[in-house]
Design a protein around this ligand. Structure first.
Ligand code: GTP
Length: 310
């Protein structure tokens, strides 16, 4: 899992330094290790990090405008930048300055004048830590069998997208999808073949949800969820239909199904009718129940009528 952390060439270090000579020295030292971007002030550093987070920041202490220490504290206070490790590069290495570095949230400091080997080794060590932490976070969010996100991440993403949709006044839609007659499939073909079916479903989901904010999740055993931020229910219905058709067209033999191939059913809901995340999920589930009741291999969009029929 961690074999690829030794290659740091895809890592980006942001150097916050207003001395051109120091910029050049550090860039030359790190040239063979990783990518280095340079900004000259704390304000620019914060703006840069909000656009695209680097893997590590090398921060000068004394800068024009806010100090490096203040910039570090500001970065630590924002959820989207708090994970970026900051190393101070400073000639202020007295005891009280070191205390201030730690208090500001820095992970390390490097004294000036710079010793090339120390700089390279410290940067290498912290980039490796960062890469390992990123990988662990990614793995803890991904379902091991299917490669789509897991249910824990679904809960986080649901909350985040719901709140974002409320703020921006946009519609969040969701799909819940369940493989049809899957117990019979497992009983007939065996559990391993069943696992292959789940992998195929995940592939179709990934193929049909391509916008950057769309997310596909394994919601339960043979149940999947799709979150579609900024997507009206009509468009969500179409995406669900594409998924159902896509799976049907794979033509995976299912001798125990009336369709002869593996199919799935889906329920669609949106914040047009749901007023909180729990209701959004419940409504998609209700619509899925209707799809199963109406013969399977189909998509049903939630309607308040369904609640009366339960
Ligand atoms: N192979 C495999 N099977 C799983 C996994 N998770 C859940 N299942 C199986 O999925 C089946 C779901 O069965 P049911 O809930 O009865 O649903 P169904 O047979 O698909 O029937 P309908 O949903 O009504 O069409 C059970 O047999 C579970 O054991 C998994 O990770 N791999």
């Amino acid at each position: 899992m961690f074999n690829d952390v030794d290659d740091l060439s895809d890592c980006k270090v942001l150097l916050v330094e207003d001395s051109v000579i120091n910029q050049k020295i550090i860039q030359v030292c790190l040239a063979d290790l990783c990518d280095v971007a340079v900004v000259e002030s704390g304000e620019e550093a914060i703006e840069y990090c909000l656009q695209s987070a680097p893997d590590l920041i090398l921060m000068d202490w004394i800068l024009t405008g806010i100090t490096g220490l203040e910039a570090c504290k500001l970065l630590q206070s924002k959820p989207s930048t708090a994970n970026i490790p900051v190393i101070f590069v400073t000639s202020n290495v007295g005891e009280s300055q070191q205390e201030e570095c730690w208090d500001a949230g820095a992970v390390d400091f490097i004294g000036k004048p710079i010793v090339a080997r120390t700089l390279v080794n410290r940067v290498k060590t912290h980039l490796k830590y960062k890469k390992q932490a990123d990988l662990l976070r990614e793995y803890s969010y991904v379902d091991g069998l299917t490669g789509v996100f897991n249910r824990r991440y679904f809960s986080q993403e649901m909350d985040r997208h719901y709140r974002q949709g409320q703020r921006a006044n946009t519609t969040l839609s969701m799909i819940i999808l369940d493989v049809d007659n899957f117990k019979k499939y497992n009983d007939h073909y065996g559990h391993l073949k069943g696992d292959d079916v789940l992998k195929s479903v995940a592939k179709v989901l990934k193929h049909c949800t391509r916008r950057p904010l769309d997310g596909a999740f394994r919601y339960g055993g043979e149940e999947f969820a799709v979150l579609l931020p900024n997507t009206p229910k009509e468009a969500a219905f179409e995406i669900a239909q594409n998924i159902i058709n896509g799976l049907h067209q794979l033509g995976i033999e299912h001798a125990e199904s009336p369709f002869d191939v593996v199919t799935a059913s889906a329920g669609v809901s949106s914040t047009h009718t749901a007023s909180d995340p729990a209701e959004l999920i419940k409504q998609a589930d209700t619509a899925l129940y209707e799809a199963k009741k109406n013969g399977r291999n189909r998509v049903i969009e939630f309607s308040p009528e369904h609640e009366k029929s339960i």
